[in-house]
Design a protein around this ligand. Structure first.
Ligand SMILES: NC(=O)c1ccc[n+]([C@@H]2O[C@H](COP(=O)([O-])OP(=O)(O)OC[C@H]3O[C@@H](n4cnc5c(N)ncnc54)[C@H](OP(=O)(O)O)[C@@H]3O)[C@@H](O)[C@H]2O)c1
Length: 163
């Protein structure tokens, strides 16, 4: 059981625009659901707002600096370390998926052992970006190439393990 990061990233490093995903790739959403279901997910408050509801069959954790924030069926934490402590001290056999956005990827990056990246092979307009990664510290363990007809784009599921 481990801490894993999952993100879809465009060719120009965009992950979001105006608090939404810039693309609609149904196979990617399906894979996200398959991987994260029955596990824990942690996201920033803005990403939660963008999704608009807790995702079913997962423990939903939202990170916010707002100490008064309460959301039904969601655990709100104020510090990344508290999330990590809660995960490490639990006895459930689950993975913790770090699901974004930019700030949350940055805060949790050092704890992640695996990266599940969907590389979308096109440039998009955006205002949220994936943090810079030293790819020399990661080993590609699986790659799967796909094409989305509606979005008219090649995309790749790339899984990495920390070296
Ligand atoms: N492509 C993908 O796979 C993917 C995945 C996820 C999200 N996205 C996109 O990313 C964008 C949203 O990302 P974002 O970077 O703007 O926001 P975000 O990381 O989702 O959320 C930022 C919020 O997290 C809280 N936060 C940040 N640092 C904190 C800390 N040290 N302690 C406690 N709370 C902290 C704050 O909430 P408060 O303001 O409440 O204090 C902050 O406003 C959207 O466009 C979304 O669609 C894309």
């Amino acid at each position: 059981m481990s801490i894993k990061l999952i993100c879809a990233i465009s060719k120009n490093n965009v992950i979001g625009n105006e608090n939404k995903l810039p693309w609609n790739i149904s196979e990617d959403l399906k894979r996200f659901k398959e991987l994260t279901s029955n596990n824990w997910i942690v996201m920033g408050r803005k990403t939660f707002d963008s999704i608009g509801r807790p995702l079913p069959n997962r423990k939903n954790i939202v990170l916010s600096k707002n100490k008064n924030l309460k959301i039904d069926s969601v655990e709100v934490f104020n510090s990344p370390k508290d999330v990590i402590d809660s995960y490490k001290n639990n006895s459930e056999q689950k993975d913790l998926y770090v699901i974004g956005g930019t700030y949350i990827y940055e805060l949790f990056f050092e704890y992640c052992e695996y990266l599940y990246i969907t590389y979308v092979d096109k440039e998009y307009l955006g205002d949220a970006f994936f943090p810079k990664v030293d790819w020399n510290k990661w080993k590609l363990i699986s790659e799967d190439s796909r094409y989305d007809d509606k979005e008219e784009v090649n995309f790749y599921f790339r899984d990495y393990e920390r070296i």
